[in-house]
Design a protein. Structure first.
Length: 392
């Protein structure tokens, strides 16, 4: 089946992408955090930036928060502020890696009082989600060890399972838990949730509202991420993405910068799952959170965010152009070269006119990045946002 262009445009129009508050501040490596003039100084300004990105693109209605980076006294007021600017609060990420107490782990710490502190922090984030209308807790754990012998894998695993069960038990029935994995960093010998399989096992033992979150940058080089995505989709357990791109590791570069072909192949799996005949697969596929998780080290944050959104839309557009019936026929015929050619035909097609049509339907500029750069908005930020620079 070749989709007609109108269907492709419809699907691009419906795609919602979440931008993240920490993508609007100065971040970086351990060597130096460079400040960029005009950068958001607090969570209110991060929301202003997210709102401007949504005005320019029409597809980023929510903004993810990280607590306590974005802590405020009155979360209901923050949610109202966001709404007044045309966006909503999206997923909430607890921070279980920046307290001194977490030196030897959070949910897997040998000290029961530290484990309890970590659980209490996630409970606080659930309360933040309730006051802001958010429905997702996006959890990443830095827990791991640096040297063989430093910790006992199975004891740590038991503490992890107990802690997560307690957290899951506290989730209101309309909220879900997205569980991220990462194979190394900040720990360099082992990480307690190192890969998708470990995350999936935990989610399956927790319950249906626990799902795996795939951060594109959290895999060893050469990993077939689209295969992981397909496996999770097939079990209805893919909960979301942290979108970025990488050359080496968790580089957190803007989306599509390094390997747009990989992104296209990932999108193809998502589209196939959305159109699957099994309601378990389609149901979960339609609830997937598409969250950006990038760090702008030397580049302008707004421009980087706009580039990422463009890359996601374009990858979806091209994936929607794949003729799936013809592909299945070629696969059934054992046509190895022909089936690959079908994918390549779609990938080589210029998807930009379709993305432009979607933008016209959304009533936003044909090229949001050009519109932003021509708008003078960056200079206004530089003029108005003087004083304390925000980082993490
Ligand atoms: C860390 O590597 C993960 O990608 C997390 O999602 C993290 O909470 C986020 O990137 C903020 O640093
Ligand atoms: Zn992430
Ligand atoms: Zn990461």
């Amino acid at each position: 089946m070749t989709r007609d262009n109108q269907e492709v445009v419809d699907r691009i129009v419906k795609l919602a992408i979440e931008t993240q508050s920490w993508g609007y501040v100065s971040t970086g490596t351990r060597f130096k955090v460079f400040d960029t003039p005009g950068t958001a100084r607090d969570v209110w300004e991060k929301i202003d930036d997210a709102a401007e990105v949504h005005q320019l693109t029409g597809v980023t209605p929510t903004v993810a928060l990280h607590i306590p980076w974005d802590a405020v006294d009155d979360y209901a007021a923050l949610a109202t502020y966001a709404q007044q600017r045309g966006v909503r609060i999206g997923s909430i990420s607890p921070n279980l890696f920046q307290e001194d107490n977490y030196r030897l782990g959070s949910l897997t710490n040998v000290d029961a009082s530290v484990r309890a502190q970590a659980i209490a922090h996630v409970a606080e984030c659930i309360a933040v989600a309730q006051s802001t209308g958010s429905r997702q807790i996006s959890l990443w754990l830095a827990d791991g060890t640096n040297y063989p012998g430093q910790g006992d894998f199975r004891r740590r695993r038991r503490w992890l399972e107990e802690g997560l069960a307690e957290i899951y038990g506290q989730l209101p029935s309309d909220m879900s838990l997205l569980l991220e994995y990462k194979f190394f960093e900040p720990a360099f010998y082992h990480t307690d949730i190192a890969d998708w399989g470990q995350s999936l096992l935990l989610c399956e033992s927790l319950g249906p509202r626990a799902r795996v979150l795939v951060d594109i940058g959290h895999h060893p080089l050469g990993t077939n991420i689209e295969h992981i995505v397909a496996t999770l989709l097939g079990r209805g357990r893919l909960g979301g993405f942290d979108l970025n791109s990488k050359k080496y590791g968790d580089d957190d570069l803007f989306v599509g910068a390094v390997n747009p072909h990989e992104l296209f192949l990932i999108c193809l799996e998502l589209i196939k799952a959305e159109d699957d005949t099994d309601p378990m697969v389609t149901g979960a596929a339609h609830e997937i959170l598409y969250k950006i998780d990038q760090c702008a080290m030397v580049e302008d944050k707004m421009s980087a965010m706009l580039r990422s959104i463009d890359a996601v839309q374009l990858a979806f557009a091209k994936a929607l152009l794949v003729d799936l019936d013809e592909l299945e026929r070629a696969q059934d015929d054992g046509d190895v070269v022909g089936s690959n050619q079908i994918l390549d035909d779609a990938y080589q097609t210029d998807g930009r006119p379709l993305v432009r049509q979607a933008r016209q339907r959304l009533g936003v500029p044909d090229n949001p990045l050009d519109a932003y750069r021509g708008s003078g908005s960056a200079r206004t930020r530089e003029r108005e946002r003087v004083g304390r620079a925000a980082g993490w």
